[in-house]
Design a binder for this molecule. Structure first.
Ligand code: ADP
Length: 310
């Protein structure tokens, strides 16, 4: 009996000269939520496609539910379900009918019962008999995932399940993903959002430029992510230049807004006060002064910096 739902060892994949995956390895225990984190183009979808037997790896080995994806693709397919970023639902049919058809295709004896359960879990019961063409984006996405769950695959791949959803639907999706895992399903999800991985995942790996640069629980990862960043926006270019000179002892980099600096501090009150004092004493004009939630990019900068430093 296998104990790891997914086992990936030294996976490599290139598209011509583009070496997308360079010896990627990780394992996913059964019944856990695992998040693969990486910015756009990092190779997340490529990994999912290979695991779902839709794309051949160049090298390495991958086992899903104890079966090899290259040598035993049929067995692997029987054990997984895949939900892409684009809804595969039939617009003209109702939600209930869409689920029924999948049940029919998969020869599920209890398709009606499973359909009802999924409609409830995905909060689609009241809309179940309306055509999908009347559904909102969030409802479609929920139906899409519900459809992939007909047949209760032990391993579910969710490729960016919340991209394009509003905050309310995003939260609803998070609850659904948690209840899937609580029912014993192994969930492998990809995301660009640090907070999503942090909220949901038992284990996170971060993929960057074809290699895994971090691997651990969200707590372990957070220790590596810079805390205490202060973001200050200045009146104009001149004020920004003055600030750079006054704060030269602090590590800082240009922020994502105009005339903005992200300044790295130890998170303590002394450094906050010191920065404000220096700027005030020289009458530097500030528009905004606020602590900044570290982003995935901040995490990357730190992790990569660490890697380069050995
Ligand atoms: P992510 O899902 O993390 O956004 P992808 O796995 O989609 O990343 O893509 C990783 C890299 O591989 C990108 O540079 C992308 O342009 C390239 N890529 C993806 N699919 C193909 C393909 N079919 N042919 C050539 N290049 C591809």
């Amino acid at each position: 009996m296998f104990t790891q739902a997914i086992k990936v060892e030294n996976l490599t994949k290139s598209y011509k000269d583009n070496h997308v995956l360079k010896e990627v390895s990780f394992t996913v225990p059964k019944g856990k939520i695992f998040a693969l984190l990486g910015s756009n183009g990092a190779g997340k979808t490529t990994i999912i496609k290979i695991m779902a037997t839709l794309l051949r790896p160049d090298g390495g080995s991958i086992e899903i539910c104890g079966c090899d994806v290259v040598k035993q693709p049929e067995q692997v397919r029987a054990c997984i379900s895949l939900t892409g970023q684009f809804a595969a639902v039939d617009e003209l049919l109702t939600g209930r009918e869409n689920l029924w058809i999948i049940g029919e295709l998969r020869h599920l004896p209890d398709k009606n019962k499973q359909g009802e359960k999924l409609l409830e879990l995905f909060r689609l019961t009241t809309a179940a008999d309306k055509p999908v063409s009347t559904y909102s984006g969030g409802m479609r996405r929920r139906l899409d995932i519900a459809m992939s769950m007909m047949g209760q695959s032990p391993v579910v791949f969710l490729d960016e399940p919340t991209s394009g959803l509003d905050p309310q639907n995003r939260l609803a999706m998070w609850e659904i993903i948690q209840s899937m895992a609580a029912n014993g399903t192994t969930v492998f999800l990809t995301t660009q959002y640090l907070d999503e991985a942090e909220y949901l995942a038992d284990h996170i790996v971060v993929l960057h430029e074809g290699v895994i640069i971090a691997d651990g629980t969200s707590e372990e990862l957070k220790e590596k992510i810079p805390q205490g960043i202060i973001q200050i926006q200045f009146r104009n270019e001149l004020e920004l230049a003055k600030a750079l000179e006054l704060l030269s002892e602090y590590a800082s980099y240009g922020g994502d807004r105009e005339y903005t600096l992200d300044i790295q501090t130890d998170g303590g009150a002394m450094q906050f006060a010191d920065i404000l004092n220096r700027l005030n004493q020289s009458n530097v004009e500030m528009v905004r002064f606020a602590p900044k939630q570290p982003t995935l990019e901040d995490a990357f900068l730190t992790l990569i910096g660490e890697k380069k430093g050995g």
